[in-house]
Design a protein around this ligand. Structure first.
Ligand SMILES: Nc1ncnc2c1ncn2[C@@H]1O[C@H](COP(=O)(O)OP(=O)(O)OP(=O)(O)O)[C@@H](O)[C@H]1O
Ligand SMILES: [Mg+2]
Length: 261
């Protein structure tokens, strides 16, 4: 039986805005296999970040369930949820959120130390090498380029050996070439350490690096496309239930080019 690290069912997140209800997520059944690299794409406001926040235990759903690594997140209290976030998930956001007074190495191991964990220095050195940061180990973040700072943020996410990396447009501030380099490295490192990646991106080319591309529209998954050209049922269901995306050429384009690989 296949092991899923993430499993959501009927996931909804509604926001009451005055008289209106914003349906940020509207019934999402989303599964991620252990070790899989999934890219989430979709227009601005479609619900991508909301989904990532639910999976990462940063926010609670209105209804529906989220299981991560066999745990029902709704069953965890605040403290357990904080521990879950620190130990099971590595977050990478568009802003690097590095501590400016700490050097590169100190930034990378900070979450482990805050959690009272043991720093596996050999492991961290391996990550630094893979991310080509060895020479920058002792410098302060403000002496680094954007791409280098993003690589430090990636190293920090990986260093605590989380089972899963959640990345929300991690290369949004970088030029195309650097984005690809950084994402390529993230993929390599995660592969090596058997970590799952769920990555939100606006960049079709970056999405192509993933094993699977999931498309969200109006809070629903409308397409889930696997690299081997197979379409999951959710693509079909999305096609039948939503009237807005059946003629969407992005979907066909993305699917086509991915299948050629
Ligand atoms: N705290 C909130 N209160 C009210 N509405 C919210 C809140 N957070 C998100 N939303 C709404 O939920 C919807 C989905 O937002 P979300 O941030 O998930 O979109 P997204 O797909 O990540 O967009 P982007 O690509 O612009 O980051 C949007 O309509 C947004 O306005
Ligand atoms: Mg977002």
């Amino acid at each position: 039986m296949e092991k899923y690290i993430v499993r959501t069912s009927g996931l909804k997140k509604y926001y009451q805005m005055g008289k209106n209800v914003v349906k940020a997520l509207d019934g999402v059944d989303f599964k991620v296999k252990d070790g899989e690299f999934v890219a989430i794409i979709g227009k601005s406001g479609s619900g991508k970040s909301t989904l990532l926040h639910m999976i990462g235990g940063l926010d609670l759903p209105t209804s529906g369930e989220v299981y991560v690594d066999g745990r029902n997140l709704a069953g965890l209290n605040k403290e357990q949820l904080a521990i879950f976030r620190r130990r099971t998930v590595g977050f990478i956001f568009q802003s690097y959120n590095l501590v400016q007074d700490l050097n590169v190495y100190e930034n990378i191991v900070l979450p482990i130390e805050l959690d009272g964990g043991h720093v596996d220095t050999e492991f961290v050195d391996g990550i630094l090498e893979l991310l080509q940061l060895q020479e920058k180990k002792e410098v302060l973040p403000n002496t680094l380029s954007g791409g280098q700072q993003q690589r430090v943020a990636i190293a920090r996410a990986i260093a605590a050996k989380p089972a899963m990396i959640l990345a929300d447009e991690p290369t949004g501030n970088l030029d195309t070439a650097t984005s690809h380099d950084v994402l390529g490295l993230l993929k390599t490192v995660a592969r090596q350490f058997e970590q799952t990646i769920v990555l939100i991106t606006h960049d079709q080319d970056i999405a192509q690096l993933a094993d699977r591309i999931v498309r969200i529209e109006d809070g629903q998954i409308v397409c889930s496309h696997i690299g081997d050209g197979e379409m999951e049922d959710s693509c079909m269901e999305g096609g039948q239930t939503s009237d807005s995306h059946t003629t969407d050429d992005h979907m066909t384009e993305g699917s086509g080019s991915h299948a050629e690989k």
